[in-house]
Design a protein around this ligand. Structure first.
Ligand SMILES: Cc1ncc(COP(=O)(O)O)c(C=O)c1O
Length: 477
């Protein structure tokens, strides 16, 4: 039997192959406050509650207290009042799934909707597509303007029908970081008695503090009367460890439709407020500790640092030939178009210089582009980031196109997503550079991503499924 020390050393060694989660050079996936004191606190709180089962509120009353305090903190920030209710969930996707489920049940009970539809701008987070898919709603997407990246409020209103169970808007959107027309959409929904959800997963812990700092922002939260629910992630700009989000409802009557309970089986009586059954209370305790430690003052300071860095980055990017910030970002997420150098190469070049930027594939009028999530930890590194970005753009512009060679492109074009076999997809991925034996993606991902980018959506999705499945083989130990 290996010793504890040996196992922990093995885990530490594994981490060395990962992206750094701290230090401000990873501009996706991680949210770094840049305050080392927070990590120690969150980790200690996490371990203290890791063995507590958050499912059983009677057995573990500590969970009730922590959850109520966390929910009331975010409700106060986001336009809630004494009637507001909420739930602590495992993440943004779960919060969205729950809100969609509650809206679907509510529309059936109150308005008799039997063939429910979910209306959202085409920029809504993929979690809404997943919710529609899992929960049997038809997704109705409203096109967004290619330069502002937001939908016309009149188009949102026109898409709402008697079948609409829920209309969703983002504050801000993930892909472009822009604010959807929340109040106009919520008002149009309210006039038809339809549920409006605000996805503030990424913005809910930044926008209220930007406002406090004097930034002019339209109303986007529960202060808008037609908004019935709102999702906000604490594991993003709440700077909590992963697995921490909140879904808020205007009142308990709306939230009731989220809960699931069953006594129709031979085991113990079941009530599941969220999608999970047994769940560790670790993420809740860690989020609670970080909220208490930072409080509104700490979050305001962090928002000031992050927005200052974002503004500096925007100015720097606009000074780099061929780069352009897309839309008018409302907070700290940026979508950057690269006109001369292929953005997939730019991301690879940045990776070689120690930075991680995400790439987004072509969508509608948008060519593939770069995505940056700016957190306070990046602030001291902005000059270095901009200089490496300028170098990366120059280096990328000198590279040949990452698009597949004509024979590979023709092979991909001949594939039908509905009938193609896993083996055929695997050989296409291998030809584009996937190195299965290395147990991960190649260090330069541009050819693989370019292959995906050139494929129709359904085939892209099959290729991604194949790619991930080929890495997660369940072999080892
Ligand atoms: C706007 C928005 N909504 C939903 C999500 C999904 O959140 P999660 O990844 O926590 O499930 C994200 C994640 O980035 C997001 O930015």
């Amino acid at each position: 039997m290996p010793s504890n020390e040996e196992l922990l050393a093995e885990l530490a060694a594994l981490r060395t192959t990962d992206l750094p989660t701290r230090g401000g050079r990873t501009l996706a996936h991680v949210y770094d406050s840049g305050l080392p004191c927070l990590d120690g606190l969150a980790t200690a709180a996490y371990s203290a509650f890791a063995p507590v089962n958050g499912l059983d509120t009677a057995a573990f009353p500590s969970v009730v207290r922590l959850e109520n305090e966390v929910v009331s903190f975010v409700a106060r920030l986001l336009g809630g009042d004494a009637a507001t209710r909420g739930s602590f969930t495992g993440g943004g996707t779960e919060s969205i799934l729950l809100a969609v489920r509650a809206a679907r049940e509510h529309s059936r009970a109150v308005r008799g909707v039997t063939e429910p539809e979910l209306v959202a701008p085409d920029t809504a987070h993929a979690a809404f597509r997943k919710a529609a898919h899992y929960l049997g709603l038809r997704l109705v997407t409203v096109p967004t303007d290619p330069s502002s990246c937001v939908p016309d409020p009149a188009d949102m209103a026109a898409a709402i029908t008697e079948r609409t169970a829920l209309v969703a808007v983002s504050a801000p959107s993930h892909a472009h970081g822009v604010l959807d027309p929340v109040a106009e959409t919520a008002n149009a929904a309210a006039e038809r008695g339809v549920w409006c959800h605000v996805d503030a997963c990424v913005g809910g812990m930044v926008l209220p503090f930007l406002r406090r700092l004097g930034h002019e922002l339209p109303d986007f939260d529960l202060s808008v009367p037609g908004v019935r629910s709102l999702s906000v992630d604490l594991h993003k700009y709440g700077f909590a460890h992963g697995g921490a989000s909140v879904v808020l409802y205007r009142d308990g009557e709306l939230r009731r439709h989220q809960y699931f309970s069953s006594t129709d089986w031979p085991g113990h009586p079941v009530v599941h407020p969220t999608a999970q059954g047994t769940r560790s209370a670790g993420p809740l305790a860690a989020a609670w500790a970080v909220l208490r430690r930072l409080d509104e003052e700490g979050y305001t300071e962090l928002a000031a640092t992050a927005i200052g860095a974002t503004e500096e980055i925007v100015a720097g990017i606009n000074g780099i030939d061929g780069l352009r910030v897309v839309g008018a970002p409302a907070a700290t997420l940026l979508c950057v178009a690269s006109e001369h150098a292929d953005p997939l190469h730019v991301a690879d070049e940045m990776r070689e210089r120690g930075w991680f930027l995400r790439t987004q594939l072509s969508f509608g009028a948008h060519r593939r582009n770069l995505h940056l999530t700016v957190t306070p930890a990046t602030a001291p590194r902005v000059p270095e980031l901009l200089s490496d970005l300028a170098d990366s753009v120059r280096a990328a512009a000198a590279l040949p196109s990452p698009d597949p060679a004509p024979d590979l492109a023709a092979a991909v074009a001949a594939l039908d997503a509905d009938t193609v076999s896993s083996e055929d997809l695997a050989s296409v991925l291998d030809a584009a550079g996937l190195d299965r034996s290395a147990g991960g993606l190649p260090s330069r991902t541009a050819p693989l991503l370019a292959l995906l980018d050139g494929a129709p959506t359904a085939l892209r999705e099959r290729l991604l499924t194949e790619l991930t499945g080929s890495l997660l083989t369940g072999s080892g130990l």
